[in-house]
Design a protein around this ligand. Structure first.
Ligand code: SAH
Length: 352
């Protein structure tokens, strides 16, 4: 047994490896060990999900944002065309998506003050009423506990809020001083306490990130026990303070996907758009590394062009049935099947 396999064995037994062991998996193991780890991660995913890949319809409903995160292409200081979708637009996206087989809708946006609790509750209620058999996921940033509760009561099931980094010092290098690491972490705790299927995550290769930071991110995931984890390479965005920083590595992202999968065989783990943007076969390789979710874009063409979190963002619209057929074919090619269940996190299934 190789050293990497011994560490994988620990993860398999639900134990948290030592920092040095996590470091070994992240950046020290040989290429052949990495391939063993990838296979073990895929086997772990297979043991829970088989060859199923869940799809989520992503609706980017606003690019207005009150925050100024240094990495983000829609931060408030960016001089870009802004838009927000109306409830009718959003319901229209859901309807198209429903027809294509989507049973989860993910509403993602900047932190847009226009979407007060009452407005966003209204939007969520309208989707809940029209699509009672679908899961609703929100990815709308930091809000109050009352707001999260009202949205949950209105019918939201899941919430994605990447922690971005588990190290407060690194957090301070990615965000202006007005944003707080503690608040983000508190939001995640609240979301979980309210019964959301909560997702965290981080960018791989974000500026100033060290291997120590990645170890801390893995340890945070182990402790927090999220239902989902979203990770993708950092990709510079024009006009941001990080415009000239180096892009994150797709290879390292794939390796981290495998480590996270070994840590949590039951996790919902997307092969993200950023991974698909950083490498042309990124999403397929993500699935082969242990991911089990893909989030095609259901936003209208005009919105998609303006929701540029980073440069050259992959634009695989699925509003056209042909594109979904293409995705199905590309998954079938590597032995996977796109399914249309809601795809809840296994430990939440009896509760929904
Ligand atoms: N406002 C919401 C949604 C943010 S966008 C929120 O705060 O949760 C979703 C994710 O995109 C972010 O959490 C971040 O991790 C990622 N992202 C933003 N800019 C990026 C970039 N330049 N490269 C890669 N990922 C980026």
């Amino acid at each position: 047994m190789t050293k990497a396999e011994r560490i994988a064995e620990k993860l398999h037994r639900g134990l948290l490896p030592e920092d040095g062991e996590l470091r070994y998996l992240i950046c020290e193991m040989t290429g052949s060990e990495a391939e063993i780890i990838r296979k073990l991660a895929r086997e772990a995913a297979d043991s829970v999900f088989g060859n199923k890949v869940y799809i989520r319809g992503l609706i980017e409903f606003t690019n207005f944002c009150r925050n100024d995160c240094f990495y983000c292409g829609i931060r408030r200081s960016q001089d870009i065309a802004r838009y927000r979708l109306t409830d009718d637009d959003i319901l229209g996206c859901c309807e198209t998506g429903y027809g294509l087989g989507f049973r989860t809708f993910v509403l993602q946006g900047g932190e847009d003050p226009y979407f007060t609790d009452s407005r966003l509750v209204h939007t969520v209620s309208a989707i809940r009423e029209k699509f009672p058999d679908c899961a609703i996921t929100l990815s709308v940033g930091e809000r109050s506990r009352e707001s999260y509760k009202a949205l949950k009561d209105a019918g939201a099931d899941r919430f994605l809020l990447r922690h971005e980094t588990a190290d407060p010092c690194h957090y301070g290098k990615l965000h202006p001083g007005e944003m707080s690491f503690e608040n983000r972490m508190n939001c995640l705790a609240e979301l979980k306490a309210l019964g959301y299927q909560a997702g965290c995550g981080f960018m791989v290769g974000s500026p100033h990130q060290t291997t120590g930071n990645l170890i801390d991110d893995l340890k945070f995931i182990w402790k927090f026990r999220p239902a989902m984890v979203g990770i993708g390479p950092f990709i510079p965005a024009k006009g941001t303070p990080f415009e000239h920083e180096a892009k994150g590595s797709a290879e390292l992202t794939l390796r981290l996907l495998s480590i996270i999968r070994l840590m949590r065989p039951d996790l919902l783990l997307p092969a993200t758009t950023a991974l698909g943007t950083a490498a042309s076969d990124g999403r397929a390789r993500g699935i082969l590394a242990g991911a089990n979710v893909i989030m095609p874009n259901l936003s209208p063409e005009s919105a998609r062009k303006k929701y540029n979190l980073y440069d050259n963002k992959l634009n695989t619209g699925c509003e056209a049935a042909e594109n979904l057929a293409e995705l199905k074919a590309s998954m079938a090619e590597i032995g996977f099947e796109i399914v249309t269940d809601r795809g809840d996190a296994p430990e939440y299934i009896d509760r929904v």
